[in-house]
Write a protein of this length. Sequence first.
Length: 167
Amino acid sequence: MINFLSSWAEQIVLAVIVATIIELILPDNKNKKYIQMVIGVYILFNIISPVIKNKKAFSIETFDFEDYTSSSNANASLDQSSMDDKLEKIYLEELEKKVMSKFEENEITVSKCTIDAELDTTKKNAGIHSIVAKIKAPADKEKIEEIREEIATEFEIDLEKIEILVK
């Protein structure tokens, strides 16, 4: 098929070059417009003739629409699910950064923060399951408790789901 298309393109290019040379050679007179029309028909014939000769190559019956649509739908669903996974990962990373910034605003060093969550709202267990923050000692326990309550309020989760580990 590629050989066919490349030879077809070569024929068209050759026809256009020949037509251009003929037009350059023609003198300006009243017959020029008729000759240009014939040249246009010649170029059009060169474009259409391979299609007419090879009807099977351009036949709709030879094209399998079911394979095309099923493979394109499979690729689309695959792309969408991988995109959803990437977006979920980015969202969780941003939540972790936000939790870490809450501690860092109060000059408490966080070594690690992990959030366990299900972001798909169609599932039963959707929402934040737990937040675990590992902070470096020494840290004021009252400040830690204030931050914990602030996080619970902001993310609208139970206080029990937030665990602060001091190391």
